[in-house]
Write a protein that binds this ligand. Sequence first.
Ligand code: SF4
Ligand code: SF4
Length: 340
Amino acid sequence: MKIKIVDKKEVPALIDRLIERYRVFAPVDAGKYARLMEVASGSEACLELQNPKLSSKEILFPQTEIILRIKKGEEGLETEEPSENDKDWVLFGVHPCDAKGLVLTDKFFASGDYKDKPYMDKRGKTSIVGLACNHPRATCFCASVGGSPFGKEGIDILLVDLGEEYLIEILTERGERMIEGVHGLRDASDDDMARAEKMSEEAEKALQTDLPIEGLSERLEGMFEDPLWDKVHLKCVGCGVCSYLCPTCWCFDIIDEETSTGVERIRLWDTCQFTQFTLQGSGFNPRPSGKERMRQRTMHKFCYFPKEYGVLACTGCGRCVRECPVNQDIRETIKEIMSV
Ligand code: SF4
Ligand code: SF4
C-alpha cells in the first residue's frame, strides 16, 4: 500500500489530470448544500463542504433514467438500450458511509442470477476516491452500524484532510491506475501517518451515538405484529425524503412514455413510504397505513436485508435524521425496538 501527500493547492490540478482520462464527479457548492456533480475543471470541486445532501447513489442509480427506447422499424419494433460507452468514471471525495452505501447497492443490483445492466454498466467503470470524515455530524452513527469515519470499504484511494495537505492512501489497483502520472505528490512521513491516525481516533470519539445494535435483526424477526409499530410511525407524513436521500434505498418504478419517435422506458425512484407503492389494481393495498410502511422500511434495513446478505442496510449517514420534516429519528426507532 502506498501513502502519499499532496498539498491542498495542488488538488485542482490533480483532478484536472484525472479529467484527462476519466469523467470525474466531485462535490460542488450547489447553494445551500453540496452535491456530487460532474466537473469540467478541478477548480469546481469543493472538498471542504459537509457530505452532500444526496448520496453517490444519484450518480449510479439516477432519480430518472431511460433504460430502453422502442420505435417502429421497417421490420417491426426496434429496441435500443442506452449504454455508457464513454470514459471510465471517478467519484471523487466520497465519504466512507457513502462508499459503503455503494458496496451495499452492489449486493442489491449485482448479486444472484440477475445483474441490473443500467447500474452495472456504470458501476463496473467507476473508481472511488474517498474522503475521510474528520468532523462527523451530530446525526452521524456510522460506527454503530459497522462503519467508521475513516472507513475504507469500497474505496480505491482514501484522502485524509491534514489541514494544509491531504494524505493519500492508495488502496487498490484501480487506485494505482488513477494516480499514475499525477505530479506534485511526496511520500508520507511517519509524522504524517501519526497525524492521520490521531484524526481518525478523534473522529471516532466525536461520534455521539452509540446505538444498541447487537441482536437487532434477530429481535425484529419476531416483531412483525408488535404493538410498537402502532406508534413509531405516528409523526411520519409519508413524504419519502428519508428514502430518496438514503444511500441504501433502491426501490424504483418503471413507466413507458410516448415520444415523437416511439416509446421511452424510464426507471424512476420510488419508495415504500408512498401510499401507492403497494396499491394493487384491484384497489387492495397490503400496506394501507403508515404503520405498515414504516415497519417495511425498518424491517428491510435491519432484518430482511441482513438475513439475505449478512449485513445491515444502513450506513449511519444520518441523512434521514437530518432531513425528515417532522424529525422522525431512525436511531430512536432502533432504541425502542431494542427496549421491547
Ligand atoms: S422523511 Fe420523515 S416524514 Fe418523510 S417519509 Fe421519511 S420518516 Fe416519514
Ligand atoms: S437509513 Fe438513514 S442513516 Fe441509514 S443509510 Fe439510510 S439515510 Fe443513512
